[in-house]
Ligand binder design. Structure first.
Ligand SMILES: [Zn+2]
Ligand SMILES: [Zn+2]
Length: 340
């Protein structure tokens, strides 16, 4: 299976948390958290369509300004999601600059911000040409899904961090489609742009009863085409497997309630990105600062049955030896269940 999401931490684990998730074969990316993003190229920043912010402590939200600056003057929509109080934070950021010149821009840049509460979302739009004044407020109820597209969805759970809500995020492909190249050859079908069309159709409605046209193309021109029943083509050439899941958790206290919620939320993740701020021996400090220890991170990953564990958001006190955090987390993660 070739994963469609490629997730990587933008910064060193001692610095601001930001997870950049790139989409294979698309000029598109999303972010989990918005700490300092100056390590990203402008090209990569411009691929971003959605940003999901866990909470607005400075190290998770300071990247807003740079992103805003790169997007200004372009025809773009930027969707933001954050916890209770988020709209006030976004509006505060936007109020920090003078916008007397933007009404002359011919381009349409707008921010669509979503504040996530227990069971509802408050959405507001901020249009650049209108000096980012809040407009078009909508309130709708929600359970856990923040974004739903034909091929994937992003969900959240609300956790607790130092008496404030903090969101965890998960992105999951609905299912994964591979094309059986051997079968293509057997059926004498070409490799080409029709395959993306075909995959899209599967994601939209894999049970649809319809015809599908395979096209042979040369230099962008269709030179031959042939009609198939969509269902029989799916049966012949598509290999459908469970989709990829990436989960991101940071800035949470290690309470039993949080830990149980995270294990459930991260169930069967292909990759779990989770903070491991302190060593278990400093757990009193972890408690006081409302962060997880490396041991807790490893245990959560194991009990959630995650395939891979990546830890980050290390306290500067371990600067000399970050490997002890990794060792502690990995030892716990790889422990056999029957050794417990
Ligand atoms: Zn933090
Ligand atoms: Zn924090």
């Amino acid at each position: 299976m070739k994963p469609i999401f490629h997730a990587s931490l933008v910064n060193d684990p001692f610095y601001d948390p930001v997870l950049f998730i790139r989409f294979l074969y698309q000029s598109r990316a999303i972010l989990f958290d918005l700490g300092d993003i100056s390590e990203l190229s402008a090209r990569d920043m411009l691929k971003i369509t959605h940003v999901f912010v866990t909470h607005t402590h400075m190290d998770h939200f300071i990247g807003f300004d740079l992103l805003l600056r790169i997007f200004l003057g372009r025809n773009k929509k930027l969707y933001l999601f954050g916890p209770k109080g988020f709209l006030k934070n976004v509006e505060g950021k936007l109020a920090g600059y003078t916008w007397n010149l933007v009404s002359e821009y011919v381009t349409d840049f707008r921010i669509i911000a979503n504040e996530v509460r227990e069971d509802l979302i408050i959405k507001r739009e901020y249009v650049c040409n209108r000096r980012f004044a809040p407009e078009r407020e909508k309130i709708f109820s929600f359970r856990s899904v923040l974004l739903k597209e034909p091929s994937f969805f992003v969900s959240t759970t609300i956790l607790e961090h130092n008496q404030i809500p903090c969101l965890a995020f998960s992105i999951k492909e609905n299912f994964h489609v591979n094309i059986n190249k051997e079968k293509l050859k057997e059926l004498e079908l070409p490799v080409g742009p029709w395959l993306s069309r075909f995959k899209e159709a599967i994601y939209k409605d894999r049970d649809a009863e319809m015809d599908f046209t395979v096209t042979w193309e040369e230099k962008g021109k269709i030179i031959k085409e042939k009609k198939f029943s969509f269902q029989s083509l799916v049966k012949e050439i598509a290999i459908i497997t469970p989709g990829q899941k990436i989960t991101y958790v940071t800035d949470v206290n290690g309470s039993q309630e949080n830990i149980e919620k995270i294990i459930n939320f991260a169930k069967d993740s292909d990759v779990l990105f989770i903070e491991a701020t302190f060593l278990e021996k400093d757990k009193e400090l972890a408690k006081k600062k409302a962060h997880l220890t490396a041991k807790q991170a490893g245990m959560i990953a194991r009990l959630a049955n995650a395939k891979r564990l990546v830890i980050f958001h290390f306290s500067p006190r371990y600067h000399e030896n970050p490997d002890i955090l990794r060792k502690e987390a990995m030892a716990e993660f790889t422990k056999q269940i029957n050794n417990l």
